[in-house]
Design a binder for this molecule. Structure first.
Ligand code: HEM
Length: 687
């Protein structure tokens, strides 16, 4: 729970809060601790008791005689002023003028409105209506559906993969939406060409105030138009199934009889509506929330990948995704008589909001509830509710998610590594960060220049990259320790540590007066910074049983040159550190030393103290280099010299080196690329 959190009644229910932060876990955690059964009076809602404890929701749901679903099965914003209410009802009647049968339904509806489905009913109606479709859930129907879903899911995932090339997808709208939609279409036995219509209508019905989903964003009564369309569609389906009954759920509903008669019109159409809608948004949300949680917890994704052939593991994982996501925010009950619960007097007629997401993170029931743990067992979540109204489709939802993830996970090729990188705000660090996050890695990006770092990290994060930024001075051991700790706290572990930060204060020894401070910093950053990075990640990696440390050295660490004494010495030291580390940690940590050559396009040159020292480090190639450099600046290089596909290519673009670092990181754990030196083929200047 965030420190200094102050509870507000609106926090538990306001759509604006859910839209902004998802489940209001701060509010729920506060309530569970301080006031688990609290009378709240949020704006636009009739007051209710906010029920946040797992045990209380069970007690209420299992006692339908005392806690009835009618007349308020769900908490929705209401028009409380009587004259406005009156006006609204008149407007609804007006909109239904072209549907006389619906007008008739509304005229006799009283408080109930146009839909009366299972969720609105209490015993004995609820029991009788629910029993009507039970025979459909026989094992042979479930098995046939499972076979169909396996085939359908494969084609959904094939479509998602496309031709295997790179492209962007919206996982919710382009992928997760399909399995539940196809399930509904299979269950109801409606033709495939009606899929877009069913999708549109179910989205609209659940839209609430979500402008992305509502039929007409600024029309508060747009829901009426949706209900009209649903009535039209299912009236026609009923007529058809009464003439030609099949083995689908639609036929069970159309032909179901109570006391020898077909169901009343409103209850009949509402039955279709609940089946078509209840399983759609919920399963889509659970699939998306599950995928999101796996991506945020790469070690759990890896665990699932490693055990994907074990059905029990997948079942547990699905259960945890369902708990974690808790797709249904609340249902509500109304007390039919006075009742005492948790020492509070609930009066007859008062409503209770059942907050499933709070129950599913109740510390009294779940160990470490805010940890996403795909091995959690037992997992007594209430995402499907409990008691007589417990989700009718839970077998189907679980089956569908199991099939979906069993098929999807082995086809995920993305990088699941957790990587820490220093010097991420510019140069190689920036490029490597961009490339690694594009591949799916979880990145903890550090740099001493926080505002420059934010400029790199924020656009990546807004595109969905799993990246977090932290200001870090690599010369401070405690800050490097904190950087690694941040990675462990955020992503659960550290697979790769890239010690990239470095400076290049080239100067001759005779420049010592001008250069000494820069040299001190160079020694601190290039050498001690790398050592601090190794020390910070070492124990974590040893404990994990594996890790990879990538240290950026330089080609100038190979040989002493004039003008680069201190710089070269720090880079030679990095090579020494890396080699010793490799030998000491054989079989536990792999080590890669990166030795960039001449890559003029990085900002490293800005640290040079004496520009003449640049010529010094080029030695015999100085004249050739200066000539090329001047030609490049004046646009006088030949096309061949600028073409990386040509052997005359004169100087490396930094991206090529970044690619090689990514390549080294992307090797199987047993394969270690110990050193990387990449040159442009026509590079005439670096020894
Ligand atoms: C992960 C996906 C799903 C979740 C999280 C979910 C959740 C729920 C919840 C919380 C309830 C209310 C339970 C209560 O009042 O105690 C419910 C009821 C219901 N669900 Fe689901 N559901 C899911 C999928 C489905 C599917 C796939 C279908 C149908 C194909 C379905 C059909 C229903 C129906 C008909 C009800 C009303 C039951 C009644 O009132 O008796 N649900 N669901």
């Amino acid at each position: 729970m965030a420190q200094n959190y102050e509870f507000r009644d609106d926090d538990v229910i306001a759509p604006e809060v859910y839209g902004r932060i998802g489940h209001p876990h701060d509010a729920f955690t506060w309530l569970r601790k301080n006031d688990p059964l609290r009378w709240v009076e949020p704006e636009h809602y009739r007051p209710f008791w906010a029920v946040t404890k797992h045990a209380d929701i069970i007690e209420i749901e299992k006692n339908p005689e005392v806690f009835a679903s009618e007349p308020r099965p769900i908490l929705i914003p209401e028009q409380t002023q009587p004259e406005m209410r009156e006006e609204l009802i008149m407007e609804i009647f007006k909109r239904l003028e072209d549907r006389p049968k619906l007008l008739e339904v509304l005229a006799t509806a009283g408080e109930q409105g146009l839909i009366r489905s299972l969720v609105q009913m209490d015993p004995p109606d609820h029991t009788n209506y629910r029993a009507l479709v039970q025979p459909w859930f026989k094992p042979s129907n479930i098995k046939a559906l499972e076979d169909r879903l396996n085939m359908i899911t494969e084609s959904i995932i094939d479509d998602m993969m496309g031709d295997g090339g790179e492209r962007e997808l919206d996982f919710v709208q382009d992928v997760a939406v399909w399995p539940p939609l196809k399930l509904i279409v299979e269950l109801l036995g409606v033709p495939e060409e009606d899929e877009p219509l069913i999708l549109k209508l179910t989205n609209e019905l659940f839209a609430g105030e979500d402008p992305e989903m509502m039929r007409a964003g600024d029309d508060p009564l747009s829901g009426i138009e949706t209900v009209k369309s649903l009535y039209d569609y299912f009236t026609e389906l009923t007529e058809e199934r009464r003439v030609n009954p099949r083995e689908d759920l639609a036929s069970y509903i159309a032909n179901g009889k109570l006391n020898g008669a077909y169901l009343p019109y409103k209850e009949l159409i509402s039955y279709y509506i609940i089946v078509a809608t209840a399983g759609h948004e919920t399963t889509r949300t659970s699939i998306s929330g599950g995928m999101h949680a796996l991506l945020r917890n790469p070690e759990q994704l890896q665990l699932l990948k490693d055990n994907i052939d074990d059905e029990d593991t997948v079942k547990l994982a699905v259960e945890e995704m369902i708990r974690w996501t808790t797709a249904v925010n609340q249902f509500s009950r109304t007390a039919t008589r006075d009742y005492e619960l948790r020492g509070q007097k609930i009066k007859k007629g008062e409503s209770l909001g059942l907050f499933y997401a709070s129950a599913n993170f109740d510390e009294d029931v779940f160990d470490d509830p805010f940890k996403f743990d795909i091995t959690r067992k037992p997992n007594r979540h209430l995402a499907f509710g409990t008691g007589p109204h417990q989700c009718l489709g839970l077998i189907l939802a679980r089956m569908q998610m199991r099939i979906f993830f069993t098929q999807l996970i082995p086809r995920i090729k993305e990088m699941t590594l957790v990587i820490v990188i220093t010097g991420a705000a510019s140069g190689f660090g920036k490029l490597v960060s961009e490339k690694l996050t594009a591949l799916g890695a979880c990145l903890v990006a550090g740099d001493i220049n926080k505002s420059a770092l934010d400029e790199v990290v924020e656009p990546l994060a807004s595109r969905g990259a799993r990246i977090t930024a932290m200001k870090v001075d690599v010369t401070a051991r405690s800050e490097m320790m904190a950087l690694v700790k941040h990675a462990v706290d955020t992503f659960g572990r550290v697979d790769v540590m890239i010690n990239n930060a470095g400076v290049m204060p080239l100067a001759f020894f005779s420049d010592h007066h001008a250069a000494h401070d820069a040299w001190d910093r160079c020694i601190d950053i290039n050498f001690k910074g790398v050592l601090n990075g190794i020390a910070a990640a070492h124990d974590v990696m040893i404990q994990q049983g594996r890790g990879h440390i990538v240290n950026v050295s330089s080609i100038y660490g190979n040989y002493p040159v004039v003008g680069g004494g201190v710089y070269g010495a720090t880079k030679a030291a990095v090579t020494f550190l890396s080699e010793s580390l490799r030998q000491e940690s054989l079989g536990k940590i792999k080590v890669t030393t990166v030795k960039p050559t001449g890559v003029p396009a990085t900002a490293l040159g800005t640290g040079v103290v004496n520009p003449e020292a640049v010529a010094g480090i080029l030695g015999a190639n100085a004249t050739a280099y200066m000539g090329k450099f001047a030609a490049a600046a004046g646009g006088a290089l030949s096309p061949e010299e600028l073409d990386s596909n040509n052997v005359q290519y004169w100087a490396l673009e930094p991206a090529y080196l970044a690619d090689q670092i990514v390549y080294a990181i992307n090797q199987p754990w047993g394969v270690s690329i110990a050193e990387i030196t990449v040159r442009a083929t026509g590079d005439a200047y670096v020894i």
